[in-house]
Design a protein around this ligand. Structure first.
Ligand SMILES: [Zn+2]
Length: 248
């Protein structure tokens, strides 16, 4: 008998959902591969402790670029935690008007993250790159962190040529159904293809992935992805699950 491949949520803010402990239990029961990203290393410690026996739910240690200004003091904590965590996220850069001012601090944090990852190797990073894909690509080229770690660009909104550069460095992308509603999002998913594409909910920040029982619903993403690739839903599901299997 063929079993249904697991659903994959490579970027989800589980700790911002109602009753996150219960969400983690449900995700485990459903065997939904989940990268639960955190916005601060303090949040990571609590969640990691709760999920340490999980097979499907992985907790990423992060320092979100949008909170770097207030949370800079937690950088040493983040650096230490990366030593104990195979998954890192949410980290990255945000050059949108509201957060541009803190770019120097954001770059400092991401630079430290990349250098620790280069040292310890084997990490899986979920990167935020809003209006900053080019800057991140430069940092990848400088640090070569992608050569010994896995880079996943979450909700990539850069240009086609930036995506091409990212893919040529071995980076992956994770896509959600809101992103796949735009022509740019669909063309990114076609360019990355089944070799390099994971699904994500980015819950609770997307409209398409909310679910009645509190657990992000991945169906809209997988359906949109199948349509975009011109394959059946089971084929899209199994290629995404296959890729996730390598990292979880
Ligand atoms: Zn996010």
């Amino acid at each position: 008998m063929m079993s249904t491949p697991s659903r994959v949520d490579a970027h989800c803010h589980v700790d911002l959902l109602d009753n996150w402990q219960e969400v983690i239990r449900k995700l485990e029961r459903r065997a939904q591969f989940t990268l639960a990203v955190t916005t601060t290393p303090k949040a990571w410690a609590t969640e990691q402790e709760f999920a340490r026996h999980c097979r499907y739910v992985r907790i990423g240690v992060g320092l979100h670029p949008q909170v770097v200004r207030e949370r800079m003091a937690e950088l040493p904590l983040l650096e230490r935690a990366i030593g104990d965590s195979r998954f890192v996220g949410e980290v990255g850069l945000d050059a949108s008007p509201m957060h541009k001012d803190s770019l120097p601090d954001q770059r400092k944090v991401l630079g430290r993250v990349f250098s620790v990852c280069t040292e310890v190797r084997g990490r899986v990073l979920s990167l935020h790159s809003l209006r900053a894909a080019g800057l991140i690509l430069e940092m990848l080229e400088e640090t070569k962190v992608h050569e010994t770690n896995t880079i996943i660009f979450h909700w990539f909104t850069g240009s086609a040529s930036e995506l091409k550069r990212a893919l040529s460095m071995g980076a992956k992308i994770s896509v959600n159904a809101d992103m796949l509603r735009t022509e740019r999002g669909r063309s990114h998913a076609r360019m990355a293809g089944p070799e390099c594409t994971l699904t994500e909910s980015d819950a609770p920040f997307t409209r398409a992935h909310s679910s009645v029982d509190g657990v992000p619903n991945m169906e809209p993403a997988i359906n949109a992805l199948a349509e975009c690739w011109g394959v059946s839903v089971p084929v899209a599901m199994s290629s995404v699950a296959h890729l996730a299997h390598r990292y979880w």
